[in-house]
Design a protein around this ligand. Structure first.
Ligand SMILES: [Zn+2]
Length: 295
């Protein structure tokens, strides 16, 4: 959604940002940052521009998870990290390639290891072709060897897990077994339907599988891009709601209902401008496309 510049799309972007933040004023764009200590040297950074960021403080170094949406906001995160520890940043790990998670990379020093799934790098290569994002060219992930990878930072372990296509096709879950928590990017939303980016290979049935794998992790705290710390109960609620929508849409498609009829039956508004308006497709529309493709 980044790189669009008309007033209309800007409005949509801001509205979506507000929606991502759960509609709370405390998380609206360009608000001050809030650093929330979680446990075991792990911090969640809320506020600023873009999605939540996290960082992990080891005895000698710091790992940063995701990088905000603007250079300014990323620099503000670095300043907050400096208030907590003098330890240098060892590397960045990206949960996926959406602009609200990665477009602040230029606020970090150049040359840091940037770890991400290979398809996240591909998504970023496409996005960074936008001339407005040219400052990000030196910040493509330079380490995409994530399969089954464990990082060790001062004795603490980070497992990089990819459970297949879900929000995008390059989502990484960063599991810290010692702290029993995981950074999950945009795999977990509360109070709204999840976003599935089909153009980035995302898939709602894949998201169900991924959420089940997250439930099986030895963790009780889940740090996502657009919410406070969450629990397995939140994962179960989201899973149930996605599976219910999938079952309903599948039944409607089996009955030969059109997309318009499915939208009407599921209470989803048609896109503005007869389909030419700018908005992310709803979960119901994504599921409809997936179910029709499978037939
Ligand atoms: Zn995202």
């Amino acid at each position: 959604m980044l790189g669009m510049s008309s007033p209309f799309t800007l409005t949509v972007t801001l509205v979506l940002a507000a929606v991502f933040a759960g509609g709370t004023a405390a998380q609206m764009p360009s608000t001050p940052l809030t650093v929330v200590p979680i446990r075991g040297g792990v911090y969640l950074v809320k506020g600023g521009s873009g999605a939540n960021t996290g960082f992990i403080v080891g005895a000698k170094e710091v790992i940063v998870i995701d990088s905000k949406m603007t250079e300014e906001s990323a620099k503000a995160v670095l300043a907050e990290i400096r208030k907590v520890t003098p330890n240098p940043i060892r590397c960045l790990v990206l949960t996926h390639g959406d602009g609200d998670h990665v477009n602040g990379l230029s606020g970090f020093p150049q040359g840091l290891p940037i770890i991400a799934h290979a398809t996240t790098r591909r998504d970023m290569e496409v996005a960074f072709k936008d001339p407005k994002l040219s400052a990000l060219a030196p910040y493509l992930p330079n380490d995409t060897n994530t399969a089954g990878r464990s990082l060790n930072i001062a004795g603490a372990r980070l497992d990089l897990l990819h459970f297949g296509p879900a929000h995008t096709s390059g989502d990484l879950v960063v599991h810290l077994p010692d702290q029993k928590l995981a950074f999950v990017g945009d795999l977990l939303f509360v109070g709204r339907d999840p976003l599935i980016h089909r153009q980035k290979g995302g898939n709602s049935f894949g998201l169900v599988q991924t959420l089940n794998k997250m439930l099986a992790l030895d963790a009780d705290t889940f740090l996502s891009g657009h919410a406070d710390a969450l629990t397995k109960a939140d994962i179960k609620t989201l899973l149930a709601s996605i599976e219910e929508k999938q079952a309903k849409v599948q039944a409607l498609v089996r009955q030969g209902r059109s997309l318009e009829e499915v939208r009407a039956a599921m209470g989803v508004a048609a896109p503005p401008g007869g389909g030419t308006g700018m908005r992310f497709p709803s979960l119901v529309e994504i599921i409809h496309q997936e179910v029709v493709e499978k037939r």
